[in-house]
Design a protein around this ligand. Structure first.
Ligand SMILES: Nc1ncnc2c1ncn2[C@@H]1O[C@H](COP(=O)(O)OP(=O)(O)OP(=O)(O)O)[C@@H](O)[C@H]1O
Length: 270
């Protein structure tokens, strides 16, 4: 099944609830002009787990994340080589529609970025542009379900038609998560989603991530090793554009195999 028909199937059936590898990347290289930012990265991402990407600033974590839904295509100087398979289909293949790919592989950014629209319209945006709702009742249901899944419904049910930008930072970030969920993704990419949030809002987003992994695959870039340890089952440590070590999160933090990982997690560099 190709990426498009799988995305269509998900619209009908919801995300796959099986286990195993959902994304397989092999020998991925990314260049921004002459800057060889990612060098021969190979990594498998397991379904319905949280995978953390950690490493010092500039090591390529966000670059890797942005390869997974072809966000790097929007950067003129950027060139990607290697193989990135989503359920066995090359996402850089000629038949892949990037818009459908980005619905299936949603993204949440560092800074909450709701549209300057109502809470309702923020969440309804994706279903509207993808033509997912048959009528107004359908759309209402999608909006409410997504807000519920994002743990926001109780806080906003009385003000669905107020502006999304009027919410607190943590609420805005959960609104952005609801917006991503509304187009029924399988995978959610999160690029430091808590770095602009206070500890209470961070705890809520972390709880949410833990719940979401039942139905979604989550890949998160984080600078917080405590956060990686709290929420992820697998962790990949990046350094100078390469993956140094990947493994079970607990093992990676308690007995890393590589001395560079050891140095980073004990705060000796980074
Ligand atoms: N849009 C871009 N144009 C040119 N170079 C870029 C671009 N984005 C990233 N780079 C370069 O690619 C390399 C990796 O950057 P990237 O943002 O992926 O690292 P990171 O590990 O996510 O860093 P941080 O933790 O600071 O966010 C860096 O040398 C960076 O300058």
């Amino acid at each position: 099944m190709n990426v498009l028909t799988q995305a269509e199937a998900n619209v009908e059936n919801g995300p796959d609830t099986g286990n195993g590898v959902i994304i397989s990347t092999r020998d991925v290289n990314v260049y921004y002009g002459d800057n060889h930012a990612l060098q021969g990265v190979s990594l498998d991402i397991n379904k319905h787990q949280v995978t953390s990407l950690i490493g010092p600033s500039g090591c390529g974590k966000s670059t890797y994340l942005r390869c997974l839904n072809r966000m790097n295509d929007t950067v003129d100087s950027c060139r990607v080589t290697g193989e990135i398979l989503l359920d066995g289909v090359d996402i850089y293949g000629p038949s892949v529609d990037e818009v459908l790919l980005r619905a299936r592989v949603g993204m949440v950014f560092q800074k909450p970025n709701p549209f300057p629209k109502s809470i309702y319209d923020n969440v309804a945006y994706g279903p509207r542009i993808h033509g997912l709702a048959d009528n107004k009742d359908d759309l209402d249901e999608m909006v409410l379900t997504s807000l519920e899944k994002a743990g926001l419904i109780k806080e906003v049910q009385d003000r669905l038609h107020s502006s999304g930008t009027g919410l607190s930072g943590g609420q805005q970030q959960r609104l952005c998560i609801a917006r991503a969920l509304a187009v029924r993704p399988d995978i959610i990419l999160m690029d430091e989603p808590c770095s602009a949030l206070d500890p209470i809002a961070t705890a809520k987003v972390e709880e949410l991530i833990d719940e979401l992994k039942e139905n979604y695959t989550i890949i998160i870039v984080t600078h917080s090793m405590q956060q990686a340890a709290r929420i992820s089952q697998r962790t990949a440590f990046f350094h100078l554009g390469e993956i140094v070590e990947t493994g079970d999160t607990e093992k990676l933090f308690t007995s890393p195999s590589d001395k560079r990982t050891q140095g980073y997690i004990t705060g000796r560099f980074g």
